[in-house]
Design a protein around this ligand. Structure first.
Ligand code: ADP
Length: 857
């Protein structure tokens, strides 16, 4: 067989020295088996006469078994104690010689006779064939099979097969042995009957004629005889065109010289192979491959050569196929999967038969060390063994398992994440024979997963921080929150936030955290704002407006940083990130670590995200602080204004009273003529004085309004309305006005004087600015959980829309023909706003006005 020899393989201490060979010999033997059966059937078809010559026996053995890679065969006849060799071993000479030695050990044969069953033995050639015998390493461990040839119940003989390829018979031996035994029997019969004939005369030609193989008898390179099989093989109808012709007639031109040379050598008694292949030529000139076995025979009174021909086109095809499948397997092992998969081929018990280069590369375990290892494998982690066993167990049901993530470790103990796929391998009889474990290094993927996990974790923390920050308005709380979140995702030993005040060029440290001791440290005790020290990280960042990473050597001459008074340690990795708000640098967030070269690009990016969030929060806090301080300022200013108004009004009233008093005296005592101009002027002065007094009183009321807002109680609005109506009863009567009070009982937490002022002004205006014949004022109150809504509706003169704002300004009056100072609505508005309420109105000239007051509860 022209199967390529495998490269030498180191024998392992585990016996079968070619594990991979075992696998490909399965493939090969399966194919051979088919071939074998095919050929055997052909031979026996041709032996209907039941007479078999010795030549046929040897040709059978030679053709069927000879040449099977690593298999030799012999047939023994057994007659009682007598064991005789019926058919020769057919194998390369050196091998044959060795086997002859073995043959002498007939105890095996006796065992077969006793048991009537095939016996499979592996003999260690080391013992029988010492290394100096020259036996190739691959034959040192040889399986031997002895198959009884049964004649009824009697063991008539033994077929002995020897060869490494037999290891591949796994799972098919019974079938194979039985067949072999069955058609070995006629061979034995032929032998024992001593019906070995010599091909001497044409009387035996019918036998040869009936043979399945093409037979040609040649002498002096001339064809003496061809049988039917040969004729049909070469496309001749009769023998005549070939007889007495040169053998060249049936040889392709390219092979003629070689074959003829060989024949010559043989006739000269030289040692030439009795079996070879050549390219044959049919009658029509087409070429095909034949295999020929030649032997010398006496023929028609002289020596001749009989050559049995076999068309090996089919065999070639099978060989090609074999080569392909073998090649494929080799590719699978060493080629395709080496791209990234480590491969471990084991038998069903888990013993390693083969590993590939990738396995060596990945684990650092040498092939020679891995092969023969049994479970538990050293490259599995102890803690994952059980998981692996469970997984492999599933293989029996599922036949192939995919994507099992597990760890291997290399010779250095480093963990490797692998994803395994395991498949059962089957022989031709569909029996599982081996497991192929493919492991792909997924450390990269794992790393990626780890990175993703980290990223997710960071995102989560950032998200939580942003949520936390929305509810924080105090700068210190914000700084604490930033610290608490950052410590979850970044390593550092010290944490700082310094806020920068651009207008003054100063910085203020608001947090300094000692991570190791988990405590806040005052970095600049009681200094508060301080000028930026040039050359510091903070100064650099504020200047450059970008993040700064400083890596220091433990013994660098840079100024020593040991923020927490720990003189023994100094910060070696320092990261400063500017915080921006609306293009302005508002501060610097920085972290420091005692570990050298700790921070990478990803840390900078992450800290920048924190700095951005912090910046927004600080800016918001700052705005809030400003708003608060502004509103406090405003409150203070309002109070000042009220005080001023009060004082001024009070002081103004004094001289006014004096003026009015003296005017009255003047009018009474010094003006006799009541109709004189002087009297008129003085009366006018008195009138103006009292009007001014009214204004001043109103101002006083307005300035005092805010004073009592703290003195609140639950006030019945119904009672307040009744009081107001009582106060206004004269004008109500005078104008014959109809007042509709609200339905239901309502109360409100407020100062009673203030709410009365509101209602009184609104109701009196409704009556006052009303020229209807039947004036009415309707008061309604609605409330819900959040507010009380009071409306005061009249059918009065109405207000032009453009004056809706103006009427709330103090001393602004639209109708001067009515009594009033124009302070009423200003007072109402001020009170409503004191309660954080709202006032608005709807009005239509000539139809009436509705004021609404909404007060929060
Ligand atoms: P006064 O009532 O002292 O004039 P107010 O501040 O109460 O001052 O009102 C300011 C101006 O708004 C009034 O002069 C009047 O022109 C207009 N006004 C107020 N209430 C009404 C109303 N219910 N209907 C029509 N005009 C009104």
């Amino acid at each position: 067989m022209p199967l390529k020899r495998r490269p030498k393989h180191r024998a392992s201490k585990y016996g079968t020295n070619r594990p991979l060979g075992q696998r490909d010999s399965i493939v090969r033997t399966n194919k051979l088996f088919e071939l074998f059966v095919h050929l055997a059937e052909k031979i026996f078809d041709g032996q209907k006469a039941g007479r078999i010559s010795e030549g046929v026996i040897s040709s059978f053995l030679a053709q069927v078994l000879h040449g099977v890679d690593g298999v030799a065969a012999a047939l023994y006849s057994i007659d009682g104690d007598v064991i005789r060799l019926a058919g020769e071993y057919a194998y390369p000479k050196r091998f044959r010689h060795l086997l002859v030695q073995y043959r002498l050990r007939d105890s095996h044969l006796k065992k077969v006779v006793r048991r009537k069953k095939a016996v499979v033995t592996t003999f260690e050639n080391e013992k029988i064939f010492p290394p100096q015998s020259g036996l190739p390493a691959r034959f040192r461990s040889l399986p031997v099979v002895e198959i009884p040839v049964l004649d009824g119940r009697r063991v008539a003989g033994v077929v002995e097969l020897v060869g490494v390829s037999l290891a591949g018979l796994v799972g098919m031996e019974e079938l194979f042995f039985e067949k072999l035994s069955r058609f070995s029997l006629p061979l034995l019969h032929a032998f024992s009957e001593k019906k070995s004939r010599r091909i001497e005369s044409p009387q035996y030609e019918p036998i040869i004629e009936g043979m399945a193989d093409g037979v040609v008898i040649v002498r002096d390179l001339r064809i003496l005889y061809v049988n039917a099989a040969l004729r049909s093989m070469f496309g001749y109808d009769s023998a005549a065109p070939l007889l007495n012709k040169s053998i060249e007639t049936i040889i392709a031109p390219e092979d003629r010289e070689r074959v003829i040379e060989r024949s010559r050598s043989r006739s000269e008694g030289k040692n030439v192979p009795s079996r070879y292949e050549y390219k044959a030529m049919r009658k029509n000139g087409t070429l095909f491959d034949v295999e020929v076995v030649v032997s010398a025979v006496p023929y028609e009174g002289g020596q001749a050569v009989v050559a049995l021909h076999r068309d090996i086109t089919l065999k070639r095809a099978i060989e090609k196929e074999l080569q392909q499948s073998e090649q494929m397997f080799r590719n699978v092992i060493d080629g395709v999967l080496t791209v990234g998969d480590a491969l471990v081929l084991t038998n069903l018990e888990g013993k390693v038969l083969q590993v590939n280069n990738e396995f060596e590369r990945l684990t650092g375990i040498k092939k020679s060390d891995a092969i023969g290892k049994e479970f538990p494998y050293e490259w599995l982690l102890d803690e994952e063994m059980a998981r692996y066993v469970l997984w492999i167990k599933e293989l029996r049901e599922k036949k192939s398992l995919r994507d099992f993530d597990i760890h291997w470790k290399d010779t250095g103990g480093k963990m490797i994440s692998v994803s395994m796929n395991t498949t059962l391998l089957y022989n031709a009889l569909n029996r599982p024979v081996a497991m192929m474990n493919m492991a792909r290094d997924i450390s990269e993927r794992k790393n990626l997963e780890e990175i993703n996990r980290l990223q997710l974790e960071r995102l989560r923390v950032l998200y939580e921080l942003s949520r936390t920050l929305t509810s924080l308005l105090k700068i210190n709380e914000i700084a604490d929150a930033v610290y608490r979140h950052l410590v979850e995702v970044l390593p550092f030993d010290a944490f700082f936030i310094d806020l920068f005040e651009e207008t003054t060029g100063t910085v203020r440290n608001i947090i300094c955290y000692d991570t190791i001791n988990e405590k806040k440290v005052k970095v600049q005790p009681d200094k508060g704002e301080s000028a930026i020290r040039p050359g510091t990280g903070i100064a650099k960042v504020i200047e450059a407006r970008q993040s700064l990473l400083e890596n220091r050597e433990a013994d660098s001459p840079e100024p020593v940083r040991h923020p927490f008074g720990d003189k023994g340690r100094r910060s070696l990795s320092l990261l400063y990130i500017p915080m921006f708000s609306r293009e302005k640098t508002i501060g610097v967030l920085s972290i420091q670590s005692y570990t050298p070269n700790l921070y990478k690009e990803s840390h900078i990016r992450l800290l920048e995200s924190f700095a951005n969030l912090a910046a927004i929060a600080f800016e918001k806090a700052k705005l809030y602080e400003e708003t608060i301080s502004k509103s406090i300022q405003l409150q203070n200013r309002n109070k000042e204004l009220d005080d001023f108004t009060y004082v001024v009004s009070h002081d103004l009233k004094e001289p006014l009273i004096t003026v009015e008093g003296y005017s009255r005296i003047l009018l009474k005592d010094h003006v006799q003529d009541k109709n004189s101009a002087a009297s008129e002027y003085i009366q006018s002065i008195i009138q103006s004085c009292s009007r001014m007094k009214g204004l001043i009183d109103d101002l006083l009321v307005l300035s005092r309004v805010s004073r009592f807002s703290e003195l609140t109680e639950t006030v019945s609005l119904n009672d307040v309305i009744n009081e107001v109506l009582d106060d206004l009863k004269f004008s109500i009567q005078e104008k014959r006005a109809e007042i509709v009070a609200p339905r239901g009982e309502f109360s409100y937490q407020c100062n009673p004087t203030q709410i009365k002022l509101v209602l009184r002004n609104l109701i009196s205006n409704g009556i006052k600015f009303n020229s209807d014949e039947r004036p009415f004022v309707k008061i309604t109150i609605e409330e819900n959980e959040k507010r009380v809504l009071i409306s005061v509706q009249d059918n009065g003169i109405g207000i032009e829309k453009k004056f809706f704002d103006k009427i709330f300004v103090i001393f602004q009056r639209l109708n001067t023909d009515h009594e009033g100072s124009g302070a009423g609505l200003a007072i109402v508005k001020k009170i409503v706003e004191l309660y954080q309420g709202q006032i608005w109105l709807e009005s239509e000239i000539g139809k009436g006005t509705t004021f609404y007051v909404s007060l929060p509860k």
